[in-house]
Design a protein around this ligand. Structure first.
Ligand code: SF4
Length: 98
């Protein structure tokens, strides 16, 4: 679970400036989805720190959520087209962050 959380954190531009996130024509609100996913990751980390063992269902739910958020961010031009939970996610680059 902590590996997955790290992979998602490294792939999703949580720290992108608001001016970049709110760039105009949005297909889904990137800002709200980033907040939603950040809260979900914090909940997972709190659980891990409290000694809660995640189930496969928990992992699957987090992967699905990250993929959906990533898909909207991709449509809004905030990330490239690589899935954050795929084995090649380490190659993900955020447009404009090079
Ligand atoms: S829809 Fe969301 S991301 Fe887009 S401009 Fe409005 S607040 Fe920003």
């Amino acid at each position: 679970m902590s590996t997955l959380i790290g992979q998602i954190r490294a792939s999703i531009p949580f720290d992108a400036p608001e001016a970049r996130i709110c760039s105009g024509s949005c297909q889904g609100c990137s800002m709200k989805l980033l907040d939603f996913l950040a809260s979900a990751l914090e909940d997972c980390e709190r659980g891990l720190n409290a000694g809660v063992k995640p189930t496969l269902k928990d992992l699957s739910r987090l992967i699905r959520m990250a993929r959906k958020v990533h898909d909207v961010l991709r449509k809004n031009g905030l990330v490239d087209a690589v899935d954050p939970t795929s084995p090649t996610a380490a190659e993900i680059r955020v447009p404009g962050s090079r």
